[in-house]
Design a protein around this ligand. Structure first.
Ligand SMILES: NC(=O)c1ccc[n+]([C@@H]2O[C@H](COP(=O)([O-])OP(=O)(O)OC[C@H]3O[C@@H](n4cnc5c(N)ncnc54)[C@H](O)[C@@H]3O)[C@@H](O)[C@H]2O)c1
Length: 361
């Protein structure tokens, strides 16, 4: 069950973003944007937002070159955009150099293997996309004299000694554990970005997303939110492979994408920004209860089991919550979507797509 296309919830979100950010988005008018990881959760959603901007008539269309090798992304997620004249889709592994025969104004580099289950299964591919892939995208931005936005991760902080975690905290990450392939290569990717900024003056910005969720995430992605959503949609018990005490603060995708666009379109070159929601830090046990309540009736039981994957919890941070002062000082932004609303929107989106699949049979 991969189900990751688009839905009326995503279209509504995209319209709202374009309405709220119309003035800032005019900077995209008549430009070309290269997006890596475009078949994944966050950046396929971004493509829907750019499509909405282009259809709104606010400015000249922004041309998009969308790049993915679909190692974990879903081509079906982009099907509804495939006939657009303003978007070009390229199947390419960004660990190899990419030739583009046009001027690129913006590079948004989000290609990675982001789910712990998958990056532990593909550690070398994960290291390669975060390091070689990032280097190639920095070169491309440099040659085209464009700006680059790099999607790093909150996981570069590891288990924080400071909660909420500010950008000034340098992290506490194992360089040898099973998550190191992701955490350490993301850290090196940030070093590469800053090196290009210092050596060549490349206008590069970094965002560090904290537990973003919402419509469009693969249900078999193996991160906690899709796992619980998937069970809720099937009316099955919500299974936790932990004691549920670790805490997270979950950020609805609309808030995260708005924040990323504000950072991209700002002049904050050579800076990193946490992106997330600082309003509601909750335990994983409470998250399961909230999903059960939002998906109800009937109320689904929460079960506590032990994963057959011995490294399921190794180096998993006990707390994760962003400090967002830097982002809030940069832009007129704050997280707007409360957890219950975001959960309801996400479930509604999955249900709409499931119903369409039944109708199509
Ligand atoms: N969603 C979150 O909460 C979150 C949290 C922290 C960091 N991030 C970062 O944000 C970015 C996007 O995250 P996401 O949740 O959309 O992940 P995702 O797994 O849904 O999307 C990543 C995409 O990158 C593609 N990809 C991987 N290796 C590639 C390669 N070598 N060449 C071309 N494409 C490749 C995958 O096929 C996939 O479509 C990632 O860099 C991730 O590390 C996301």
């Amino acid at each position: 069950m991969r189900m990751a296309k688009t839905s009326s919830v995503v279209r509504e979100d995209a319209e709202l973003i374009v309405t709220q950010m119309g003035d800032e988005l005019k900077q995209l008018s008549g430009t070309t944007m290269l997006v890596t990881g475009s078949g994944g959760f966050l950046l396929s959603y971004l493509l829907d937002v750019v499509a909405q901007f282009n259809d709104s008539g606010i400015g000249e269309p922004c041309r998009v070159v969308a790049v993915d090798n679909f190692i974990s992304g879903v081509p079906e997620r982009l099907e509804h955009l495939s006939n657009r004249s303003d978007m070009e889709f390229v199947v390419h592994d960004v660990t190899k150099p990419l030739k583009v025969n046009q001027r690129i104004d913006w590079v948004i580099h989000g290609a990675s293997i982001a789910s712990p289950t998958f990056y532990r299964a593909f550690p070398l591919e994960t290291i390669a996309v975060n390091t070689d892939g990032t280097r190639h995208m920095l070169e491309l931005a440099r040659q085209g004299a464009g700006s680059m936005l790099y999607l790093s991760t909150s996981e570069i902080y590891g288990d924080p000694s400071v909660v909420p975690t500010p950008e000034e905290y340098f992290g506490n990450v194992s360089c040898t554990g099973p998550r190191a392939c992701y955490d350490e290569s993301k850290r090196l990717a940030e070093t590469l970005c800053m090196t290009y900024y210092r050596l060549y003056g490349l206008p590069v910005k970094i965002v560090r997303p904290f537990n973003v969720y919402g419509p469009g995430q693969r249900l078999d992605d193996k991160r906690i939110m899709p796992d619980l959503m998937s069970a809720a949609l099937d009316g099955e018990p919500l299974v936790l492979f932990s004691n549920g005490t670790a805490t997270r603060s979950f950020c609805y995708v609309r808030d995260a994408i708005k924040a990323m666009l504000f950072v991209l379109l700002s002049s904050a070159n050579g800076e990193s920004f946490n992106v997330g929601n600082d309003q509601e830090e909750i335990s994983i046990a409470e998250l399961a209860e909230r999903i059960s309540k939002v998906a109800a009736p009937p109320r689904l039981p929460v079960k506590y089991l032990t994963s057959s994957d011995v490294h399921y919890l190794t180096d998993n941070p006990q707390r994760r919550c962003p400090e967002l002062h830097k982002l809030k000082a940069l832009a007129p932004w704050q997280p707007e979507v409360e957890l219950d609303e975001g959960l309801a929107r996400t479930l509604a989106s999955y249900r709409e797509l499931a119903a369409e699949a039944v109708v199509c049979k």
